[in-house]
Design a protein around this ligand. Structure first.
Ligand code: ADP
Ligand code: MG
Ligand code: MG
Length: 252
């Protein structure tokens, strides 16, 4: 499996420091969860890893298997095996889900090693079935007119199809009803193997009833302030974040 290593990451948006020294290592085979109050920098971390242009890295490093991720263009990061499911997936007019997936798969496989159309369709049909997605969705423009739940299922479809080395799933559970939550979790759990590492960003503990993380991290004010096992998420569900603030001596 691969290793994504984030060290002392500082990120600014429009001159304001949002991430203030994040350290995190995710290895193939590991599921990590990041929890934390709203506005604490969780999505900023995800966007910075994927190379969103509005986020300026002012200090620190991100490497994938020792390669400098910060030197890579956005598409190179994807080809290197990084995957981001965004909190608010964007609509892509004129590109069907199916076409999008096929070109993304082929971009990762490289020239001369493209997947055959037959094989692609077979794999796509299997994953659509598994995620209980209507087959028509594959022929619709990506995310255009999709409901919140359909967008999230579609993100997991992309995950299953692309089989990245390391995935970052930002609030993949937000706005899902319980049935959709179960399906989304089922898809993520199916990915579990030694060649797949995952960072699950969530505001609520609920998702972690279906996906058991190996590590739970709490982010506050732009830093990872506490790490532990699944029991940490349970305690946050029961007691909120105040006890951590007290431990750290933060007031607000
Ligand atoms: P979280 O995902 O933990 O809720 P975010 O990473 O979305 O937090 O946001 C962290 C902080 O950065 C917030 O104060 C937010 O207002 C600010 N922020 C995020 N994106 C932008 C942006 N594009 N422009 C200006 N400020 C932003
Ligand atoms: Mg938020
Ligand atoms: Mg967020």
């Amino acid at each position: 499996g691969s290793v994504l290593e984030i060290k002392n990451l500082h990120v600014e948006i429009e001159g304001k420091e949002i991430l203030k020294g994040v350290d995190l290592t995710i290895k193939g085979g590991e599921f990590h969860a990041i929890m934390g109050p709203n506005g604490t920098g969780k999505s900023t971390l995800a966007s910075a890893i994927m190379g969103h242009p509005s986020y300026e890295i002012t200090d620190g490093t991100i490497t994938l298997d020792g390669e400098d991720v910060l030197e890579m263009e956005v598409d190179e990061r994807a080809r290197a095996g990084l995957f981001l499911a965004m909190q608010y997936p964007s609509e892509i007019s004129g590109v069907t889900t199916s076409d999008f997936l096929r070109s993304a798969i082929n971009a990762r496989r490289g020239e001369g090693n493209e997947v055959s159309l037959m094989k692609f369709i077979k794999g796509l049909d299997e994953d659509l079935d598994y995620l209980e997605i209507d087959k028509n969705m594959a022929t619709r423009y990506l995310n255009e007119g999709f409901s919140g739940g359909e967008k999230k299922r579609n993100e997991i479809l992309q995950l299953m199809q692309l089989k990245p080395e390391i995935a970052i799933l930002d609030e993949i559970d937000s706005g899902l009803d319980i049935d959709a939550l179960k399906v989304v979790s089922k898809g993520i759990n199916k990915m579990r193997n030694e060649n797949f590492g995952c960072l699950i960003i969530t505001h609520y503990q609920r998702l972690l009833n279906y996906i058991t993380p190996d590590y739970v991290h709490v982010m506050m004010r732009g830093r990872v302030v506490k790490s532990g096992g699944p029991e940490l998420a349970k305690r946050l569900e029961a007691e909120g974040y105040d006890w951590i603030k007290e431990e750290l001596g933060i007031e607000d």
